[in-house]
Write a protein that binds this ligand. Structure first.
Ligand SMILES: NC(=O)c1ccc[n+]([C@@H]2O[C@H](COP(=O)([O-])OP(=O)(O)OC[C@H]3O[C@@H](n4cnc5c(N)ncnc54)[C@H](OP(=O)(O)O)[C@@H]3O)[C@@H](O)[C@H]2O)c1
Length: 390
């Protein structure tokens, strides 16, 4: 029986995780759930899974949640940073599913590692911001960081049973997002709704926009670099629109091992939850005959500069990836709020990354400081753009 705390339980990954936990009640016991705003869904989850602890963003939402629950419900409700910390470190839990979105995932994940929990990691931003520190901390504490991101789960599976010194490179696949075939001339017209409708995957809003700009692939390159302790140069992005090959690993003898499956996050989530065992999920296999062919192409870095920026951030290193991550979060939020255009996202990322004097070998506090600096800079640029536009 694995005892779980699910941070981000109301999100796309969180809901899939709970669905799997619900399918295998003898294997998983949900002890804590944490969300930000969606108290009605959280209330349903509490009634279905009877966790000991539930956490929301602030006191008002904690009260709203309490009102939605029957009087007799036996759950402790906490809120804010201390609440998330409590959900990440609660004694009764052995595995924390880190499925919050954005930089908010970093400190709870660090706290979970500190208290010796294994981590099923969806929150890629944690490894983008502070990958070396997080991985070192996990190694020191002897805890596993199991990838939930489907590409990283695929790479993890392709690395199993092989000698690390035989690794040549990682081929990180990506569907190319909704604008793979759209010409750059039309990018100025892109609306929020267009960018949110991903052709292959159903995901939360932030990662959907990141997939449309290819920043998601860039963040995944940084995540893979840190998770598998390889250089960014040894990670090649390959666009594969069908999303059937979830990633591949090439060995020094020219042999390439790929992991395939339907484009559904449940496979990767379940593997992180049950590793080293596999769960009888009964997912359908890819319809190879129906698909007829699997295709591949190079990413267009001119059309999607965010991917090139992520490689650049790896090259600069230090606090630079954290800055890119923070600026991107602010820019994506502003785009979702219809304050800036789709084309502004890479422009703002590029401008602020260029302004940042990166700190080499940063401490966690250097990283948090760089994150705050980048957010303030991005907000200033967005304010200026709004003034120009009005
Ligand atoms: N979705 C996918 O298929 C997928 C695939 C690979 C990796 N990932 C990664 O997994 C993470 C989650 O993605 P998602 O698509 O599941 O996102 P999502 O659907 O937007 O869900 C995000 C979750 O985090 C909570 N949350 C948001 N901001 C928070 C904050 N400041 N403090 C605490 N909780 C907060 C949300 O709560 P409320 O909803 O209650 O506000 C929600 O439960 C991301 O890092 C993403 O990159 C996702």
């Amino acid at each position: 029986m694995k005892r779980l705390s699910i941070l981000g339980s109301t999100g796309s990954i969180g809901c899939n995780t709970l669905e799997i936990a619900g399918m295998f009640p003898d294997l998983f016991d949900v002890k804590a759930v944490a969300a930000k705003t969606n108290v009605s869904l959280l209330a349903e989850q509490i009634q279905r899974f009877s966790p000991e602890l539930a956490v929301v963003f602030d006191e008002a939402r904690a009260q709203a949640l309490k009102k939605l629950l029957p009087m007799e419900t036996d759950v402790r409700i906490l809120y804010g940073k201390e609440g998330y910390r409590a959900a990440a470190t609660i004694d009764s839990v052995d595995t924390v599913v880190a499925a919050m979105v954005g930089a908010a995932g970093l400190m709870p994940t660090m706290a979970a590692i500190e208290s010796g929990k294994n981590i099923a990691l969806a929150n890629k931003e944690t490894l983008v911001m502070a990958g070396e520190i997080v991985m070192q901390h996990a190694a020191d504490k002897g805890v596993d960081i199991l990838p939930v991101d489907s590409e990283h789960s695929a790479i993890f599976q392709c690395l199993e049973g092989n000698r690390r010194e035989d690794l040549d490179k990682i081929l990180l696949t990506g569907s190319g997002g909704p604008f793979l075939k759209r010409s750059k001339r039309e990018f100025a017209e892109i609306k929020v709704e267009d960018a949110l409708s991903h052709p292959v995957w159903r995901m939360g809003k932030k990662i959907s926009i990141d997939s449309a700009t290819l920043m998601n692939k860039g963040l995944e390159v940084i995540e893979a670099k840190n998770l598998f302790n390889v250089s960014a140069r040894s990670i090649e992005v390959v666009i594969h629109p069908q999303g059937v090959i979830h990633s591949m690993v090439a060995y020094i003898d020219g042999s390439v091992i790929a992991q395939l499956g339907i484009p559904d996050m449940k496979g990767a989530i379940a593997y992180a939850m049950s590793f080293p065992e596999r769960l009888p999920l009964r997912q359908p296999l890819p319809d190879f005959v129906g698909l007829g062919k699997l295709t591949f192409e190079q990413p267009d870095l001119e059309k999607f500069p965010c991917l090139a920026l992520a490689y650049k951030a790896c090259e600069i290193g230090g606090t630079c990836p954290a800055v890119l991550n923070a600026v991107n979060e602010v820019a994506v939020h502003a785009f979702l709020e219809k304050q800036i255009s789709f084309l502004n996202i890479p422009e703002i990322n590029k401008e602020i990354m260029a302004r940042h004097p990166a700190v080499a070998n940063p401490t966690l506090s250097d990283i948090l400081e760089a994150d705050q600096w980048a957010r303030a800079q991005a907000e200033q640029v967005i304010d200026d753009l709004k003034k120009e536009g009005s």
